[in-house]
Design a protein around this ligand. Structure first.
Ligand code: ADP
Ligand code: NI
Length: 215
């Protein structure tokens, strides 16, 4: 990565930090910091382009309709930033494509294409599982007024994006509806290896949870 690219990343980092400072649903700045760190590590192992991976990691939640008004609005602002900072057109397009394709809701359909997209998606997914994923799951459930657990609310096997987002579930159900599925959806071998470790920890957590709650 050259000096100019490093400067662009520093500026992007500042702007994303400012925008996500007060986000309360688990899409906060600390999520971005973790995903970016993890993505850089995987990028190195998988020999992916580190500028594109880092930029896309920093920006990946800024087009999410839970964070900004609409995906369109978010993408507009990201595009304006990349133009303003003089990011080369091919890199800009690549970064925008990654942001648009990696989320879980999109990911339920088409698989991501480029190595860089795969790396960022893996890093984002890793942050949803393991010890940190469990913490985020309960924070999210709390922010929506969902219960920790309720055996009378059944796990949803298939659901539309609308249902996934709007219908209240429970934190424990979310493990089965999403978190435990992520391990088998990993793209890179470095990502998969870490996912397996985090997955095992979640299984262990659930076992202890059921023991304590006599579920
Ligand atoms: P993505 O952007 O990958 O689709 P989300 O934005 O839906 O992920 O979720 C952000 C965080 O909140 C993740 O850690 C996710 O597991 C968690 N989360 C999302 N939906 C729920 C839910 N219904 N119950 C508990 N946690 C959730
Ligand atoms: Ni994310």
């Amino acid at each position: 990565m050259n000096k100019e690219e490093q400067k662009i990343l520093e500026e992007l980092e500042k702007r994303v930090h400012q925008q996500l400072e007060n986000e309360g649903s688990g899409h906060d700045w600390s999520h971005i910091v973790r995903v970016t760190k993890t993505a850089k590590e995987i990028a190195e192992k998988e020999k992916a382009d580190s500028f594109v991976v880092t930029a896309a990691s920093l920006l990946h939640d800024l087009a999410d309709d839970k964070v900004v008004e609409s995906e369109e609005q978010g993408l507009k602002e990201i595009t304006a930033w990349l133009n303003e900072l003089g990011v080369a057109s091919s890199q800009k397009e690549h970064i925008l494509t990654i942001i648009q394709t990696i989320s879980f809701k999109e990911g339920t359909g088409k698989p991501v294409q480029s190595l860089e997209a795969k790396v960022v998606q893996d890093a984002d997914r890793l942050d949803a599982i393991g010890a940190i994923g469990i913490a985020r799951c309960f924070v999210y459930a709390g922010s929506k007024g969902h219960k920790i657990d309720d055996p009378s609310i059944s796990i949803r096997e298939t659901m539309t994006i609308e249902e996934y987002r709007r219908v209240p579930s429970t934190a424990i159900n979310h493990f089965y509806e999403k978190l435990l599925k992520l391990k088998d959806l990993m793209n890179t071998s470095a990502g998969r290896q870490e996912a397996e470790r985090r997955h095992d920890f979640m299984e262990e957590y659930l076992e202890e949870f059921y023991r304590e709650t006599r579920r």
